[in-house]
Design a protein around this ligand. Structure first.
Ligand SMILES: *Cc1c(COP(=O)(O)O)cnc(C)c1O
Length: 385
């Protein structure tokens, strides 16, 4: 009853099949939602490898095998949210340790580091990791981790993963990449030397805006062992139902991302040619300052873009006038979302930090979905009129 995955299976085949076998008790092609808290043991000391559901759950284990294969890692651990996944990664640090972080990181990551972990004698330096020499300069004897996000949100600045992996490993420290914005279809950090890759599965991996979750993919045995230990010890596990939803999502990851790439490019090109739009940031436009790096490091340029309409008032009007697009936070779903980062997703970022990364009051962000791109362009045409 095995589905035999060919040794050199390609990406979309891996997405659909990796880590999954028909259910041995029924032949069900889809891994069931194992909604149980415990497992009956045959006799003392004799069980089927499952004792208690915080520790082991077959639906979650299937998702973990699936995403480990999708990212090209050795093993994965799924958590209750992207933030819980980042919390698990940082739990390997000890008091006195120092971490270098991409300065324009996700707001929730900054909040966790700045407001929670800094209480435990951990130090964080926020650095523009798109400039490798600044990463090198920020290294201290007590630096243990380089935490990189690329592309960043919402100004889509890129970090050269291979270059910073070299720097991190030269100093004997771990490189962690938050790959949420790109998805593993567009960017595979482990191929460029990352030691751990994390995702908010809430975004592209699940893809249908109906689940919150997180996952860490690792390659080193000591990291894998620690993450499994922390999953059980701290307990922020992904539920069986959410694991099942994300497994359903990854089956269509390749086709969804292909359309996100097409739609992202089409909407970016439309906006770049619109007289009321001052600038567009999208890695797939030759005008993007790191377009060459994007071509090297990414396969397609994803569905995230930002554009500047000159004034806050103009940004407000675009956000309020769209009809097909929805005004909402989050990203990576099949439906197109629009947002005003300065007052929504990045409201908690201090104004001077926003200014430093070019996050202006007139900037609008779109998570381009997989609707017909002509309908998205029609919607923006009427909203900008
Ligand atoms: C959403 C997001 C997170 C946090 O994930 P949650 O699932 O919301 O906890 C982390 N990093 C990035 C880049 C994100 O977009």
């Amino acid at each position: 009853m095995r589905v035999k995955l060919p040794a050199h299976a390609r990406f979309s085949t891996i997405c659909i099949h990796a880590g999954q076998e028909p259910d041995p008790s029924t032949g069900a092609i889809i891994t069931p939602i194992f909604q149980t808290s415990t497992y009956v043991q045959e006799e003392l000391g004799k069980h089927k490898g499952y004792e208690y559901a915080r520790t082991q759950n077959p639906t979650r284990a299937t998702l973990e095998r699936n995403i480990a294969a999708i990212e090209g890692g050795k093993a994965a651990s799924a958590f209750a949210s992207g933030m819980a996944a980042i919390g698990a990664i940082t739990s390997s640090l000890k008091s006195g340790d120092h971490v270098i972080v991409t300065d324009n990181t996700y707001g929730g990551t900054f909040r966790l580091f700045d407001k929670v972990l800094s209480r435990y004698q951990l130090a964080f330096s926020y650095v523009d990791t798109s400039q490798p020499e600044l990463v090198e300069r920020a290294m201290r004897p007590e630096t243990r981790m380089l935490f990189v996000e690329t592309p960043t949100n919402p100004v889509l600045r890129l970090t050269d993963i291979a270059r910073v992996a070299e720097i991190a490993h030269g100093h004997g420290i771990r490189l962690v990449v938050d790959n949420t914005f790109a998805s593993p279809c567009v960017q595979r950090p482990i191929e460029f030397g990352a030691d751990m890759v994390m995702h908010s599965t809430t975004k592209y991996l699940n893809g249908h805006s109906d689940s919150v979750g997180g996952i860490v993919v690792a390659v080193r045995d000591d990291d894998i062992e620690w993450l499994k230990f922390v999953q059980n010890a701290a307990g922020a596990i992904l539920s069986p139902f959410d694991s099942w939803l994300v497994l359903r999502g990854t089956k269509t990851l390749a086709v969804r991302m292909a359309q996100h790439n097409i739609n992202g490019q089409a909407v970016a090109e439309f906006l770049a040619s619109h007289p009321k739009v001052k600038s567009v940031v999208y890695p797939g436009l030759p005008a993007h300052p790191q377009h060459e790096l994007a071509k090297r490091q990414m396969r397609g340029f994803g569905g995230m873009l930002s554009f500047d309409v000159g004034t806050f008032e103009a940004a407000r009007q675009v956000c309020n006038r769209v009809r097909l697009m929805s005004l909402a936070e989050s990203l990576g779903g099949v439906e197109t979302l629009i947002c005003h980062p300065a007052s929504m997703t990045h409201a908690s970022v201090p104004p001077e930090r926003r200014a430093a990364i070019g996050l202006t009051e007139s900037l609008v962000r779109i998570s381009v979905g997989i609707e017909d791109p002509a309908d998205l362009i029609d919607d923006l045409t009427q909203a900008l009129a």
